[in-house]
Design a protein around this ligand. Structure first.
Ligand SMILES: NC(=O)c1ccc[n+]([C@@H]2O[C@H](COP(=O)([O-])OP(=O)(O)OC[C@H]3O[C@@H](n4cnc5c(N)ncnc54)[C@H](OP(=O)(O)O)[C@@H]3O)[C@@H](O)[C@H]2O)c1
Length: 260
């Protein structure tokens, strides 16, 4: 049986990955910070897929000691897949951050994912597919979402560079840059308030999972799910930076998202 480690498994997108991987016959090692949420997810997965092997460990990926404990629990497996879904989309003016919030978001979005990649490379099966969930926000600096867009940009850069380093070793690294995904209720509400084109380009978690797994199967370095998202990116690249920044600042200025 091929084992997949899924970080951020208890989130909406993470759960969708778990369901699809269980349906495809993968054994699952799921992680998130809450043992209760992990136990509930394991129960739901094994009810839906009785033959699924699901192991779990609660850990905070923004904390090095917690990561060590996670890796010690997961060290008995050889992984054929790592899906780094965990991330913290805290969104507010940077002036409202404190030291703890800065460290938490930077580590949850970037350091934790990089560290999990190192672990999976050291505990890999004959082959290993790494999927790192970044964001379309990685492609441009986003005012009022500055730390998130910077951390996701770092994750994209890291993933693409690593994909070259691992070429020919049986390891592929695929970075996914979703635009809006209809996940948590607050995110759905936000997408709806952004207007017609945001609603039109938003994707379901199932769509993102399918495109991500297909891209990983093909060994692609990077994938932006959804033709409209790729089109928006094309036009945003040809627009002058000042106009782009003003547009993004206007649409984000009054948004406060801090559920972590
Ligand atoms: N929704 C979108 O529109 C969108 C668009 C582009 C990219 N993304 C990315 O997609 C991923 C999933 O997003 P989602 O919308 O499904 O969000 P979500 O439901 O809030 O899921 C986030 C997951 O990350 C875990 N997590 C957060 N901080 C963690 C930490 N320090 N250590 C371990 N686990 C941690 C959470 O688990 P616990 O809270 O239980 O610890 C949860 O399982 C994120 O990386 C996000 O940046 C989302």
């Amino acid at each position: 049986m091929t084992y997949a480690m899924v970080t951020g498994a208890t989130g909406v997108l993470g759960t969708a990955f778990c369901r699809e991987l269980a349906a495809r016959g993968y054994g699952l090692f799921i992680t998130g910070r809450s043992i209760e949420k992990l136990a509930a997810l394991k129960a739901a997965l094994t009810a839906e897929y009785p033959s699924a092997n699901v192991d779990l460990y609660a850990a905070d990926l923004s904390d090095a000691e917690s990561r060590k404990a996670l890796y010690s629990a997961a060290g008995k497996y050889a992984f054929g897949m790592l899906v780094n879904v965990a991330g913290a989309d805290i969104q507010k003016p940077f002036s409202e951050y404190d030291e703890d919030k800065i460290a938490f978001q930077a580590r949850a979005c970037f350091e934790g994912a990089v560290s999990a990649c190192a672990f999976a490379l050291a505990h890999r099966d004959k082959s290993l597919k790494i999927i790192n969930i970044s964001s379309l926000c990685a492609e441009q600096p986003v005012p009022y979402f500055a730390l998130y867009s910077a951390a996701k940009s770092a994750l994209t850069t890291f993933s693409v560079a690593l994909s070259k380093e691992t070429e020919g070793t049986g390891v592929t690294v695929t970075c996914i840059e979703p635009g809006s995904v209809l996940t948590r209720p607050d995110i759905k509400e936000y997408i709806s308030a952004l207007g017609f084109w945001a609603r039109k380009s938003a994707k379901t978690p199932g769509f993102v999972v399918e495109k991500s797994l297909k891209a990983a199967e093909k060994g692609k370095r990077k994938c932006i799910p959804g033709a409209l998202n790729r089109l928006f990116l094309f036009f945003s690249r040809i627009a002058p930076r000042g106009i782009r920044l003003s547009y993004l600042a206007r649409t984000r200025k009054n948004v406060r998202k801090d559920v972590f």
